[in-house]
Design a protein around this ligand. Structure first.
Ligand code: FES
Length: 58
């Protein structure tokens, strides 16, 4: 897993930042959006973020 990879170009959010949010307790797309802002602009990355959250939690 490349934690430096930007998963949401609109907000410059990396996979690492998503992981930090999940490690801090975010468990849903909405909670990750609240914590990071990722996926709140154009929405194109939302599916990928959801999938990544599932990978992290499983
Ligand atoms: S790429 Fe994530 S909101 Fe646009």
């Amino acid at each position: 897993m490349d934690l430096e990879e930007i998963i949401c170009p609109c907000t410059n959010t990396t996979r690492g930042m998503i992981k930090d949010a999940v490690d801090a307790g975010a468990a849903t797309l909405e909670e990750v959006q609240e914590a990071t802002g990722a996926g709140t602009v154009c929405g194109a990355c939302v599916d990928e973020i959801e999938q990544f959250i599932r990978e992290l939690i499983s």
